[in-house]
Design a protein around this ligand. Structure first.
Ligand SMILES: C[S@@+](CC[C@H](N)C(=O)[O-])C[C@H]1O[C@@H](n2cnc3c(N)ncnc32)[C@H](O)[C@@H]1O
Length: 354
């Protein structure tokens, strides 16, 4: 050893185990997907069942259902007795349809075909310097979703599912006092906006997204009884966004390259009412000695879209390029996201910048 960071020459058995665990990650994630598609958590919610009984309820083949369920024992999602009956564990309960903050939607989104195929080109993306998603999907991710409504629904539900666990955290940081209208830019199902609207009963809001995703936003809005205060507007944030006092940009900028981010921010800035704020919700990447979960999310952005996760100073650079300045940054307490708030340096009418 010549330096403190040099690897030892002989890997230990634990190292082999660790590598094996890492490279079989897709076996596990696809097994969890299958478990969700078969609704194992719901079928086993009131007691043990044999694989044959589950197959009968799920409409799947008995032998392969047995093989999946046996693997789920190894994964800690199920336990089994000596008589061929399987039981759900506490972890499996997180996948029940009716569990508060159920991760069912998140599992379906992360493991869906579009994202799985995109990840098959991660190595190419690293060699070539950017996403190779078009080689497998024939187009960019969001256009692909437009033509695959089932996967688009999974994607929005996945964000709702993940957001349900994180959104309270983000919402607790965003102050809506004095806000008449807030826009959830690229809001998908609009969950963050709805939560803020529920906390502030005089605030109105707009979910702004591509027209094909607004159906999910409508269902969620109506089920929360917010139809009288929340409007749904279809469009592209590269052209224009509605006028408002507060812009929510949750997991938007990380989908895009620098030029596109500046364009989105400029569209917000051009539409801002005097004194309006932008609240950017993202996972900020830490220093390389401790980059945190943002570094893996970053690979997701590389494989699937043309974006990246960024450091705080990289967000500052984007803001400055769009004529905005950061006024605060707050880490959420129970999730890895932060809320960066920004305001216009001065208003478009004063500079002519659009
Ligand atoms: C990663 S999702 C984030 C959704 C939501 N903000 C959340 O955190 O749950 C990105 C969203 O941007 C939307 N989007 C993509 N391109 C868009 C465009 N050109 N104009 C408006 N929305 C767009 C997608 O449809 C999707 O809902």
């Amino acid at each position: 050893m010549t330096g403190t960071h040099q690897s030892p020459a002989v890997p230990s058995p634990e190292d082999f185990e660790r590598i094996n665990d890492l490279v079989t990650g897709h076996w596990k994630s696809q097994a969890v997907r299958a478990a969700v598609k078969l609704c194992l958590a719901d079928h086993l919610s009131s007691g043990g069942l044999t694989a044959e009984e589950v197959a009968h309820r799920a409409g799947s083949a008995p032998d392969t259902t047995f093989r999946l369920m046996r693997a789920c024992v190894t994964l800690g999602l199920l336990s089994a007795d000596g008589e061929g009956r399987f039981y759900g564990t506490q972890s499996l309960a997180a996948l029940r349809t009716d569990a508060p903050g159920s991760l069912r939607g998140h599992v379906l989104a992360v493991t869906q075909e579009a994202q799985f195929l995109a990840f098959s080109r991660l190595t190419d993306a690293v060699f070539k310097g950017g996403t190779q998603v078009e080689a497998v999907l024939g187009t960019d991710f969001f256009t692909y979703l437009e033509h695959h409504p089932d996967q688009a629904r999974e994607f929005s539900e996945g964000l709702t599912s993940l957001t349900t666990n994180w959104v309270g955290d983000a919402a607790s940081v965003i102050n809506t006092t004095g806000v008449e209208v807030a826009v959830d830019v690229g809001g998908a199902n609009g969950t963050l906006l709805y939560l803020l609207a529920e906390k502030n009963p005089t605030m109105r809001g707009i979910v702004f997204d591509r027209p094909n995703v607004l159906e999910g936003a409508r269902a969620e809005r109506d089920s929360r009884g917010l139809a009288d205060r929340i409007e749904l507007v279809g469009g592209t944030f590269f052209d224009a966004v509605p006028e408002a006092d507060l812009y929510l940009l949750k997991f938007i900028l990380h989908d895009w390259d620098e030029e596109s981010c500046v364009k989105i921010l400029r569209r917000c800035r051009a539409a801002m009412r005097p004194g309006a704020r932008i609240a950017i919700v993202e996972v900020i990447v830490g220093e390389i000695t401790d980059p945190g979960p943002g570094s893996l999310m970053d690979l997701n952005m590389l494989a699937v879209v043309s974006g990246r996760e960024r450091s705080l100073s990289e967000y500052d650079t984007l803001l400055m390029a769009a004529g905005l300045r950061r006024i605060s940054v707050t880490e959420a307490r129970r999730s890895p996201q932060s809320v960066i708030e920004a305001q216009a340096l001065c208003f478009p009418s004063e500079t002519g910048v659009t």
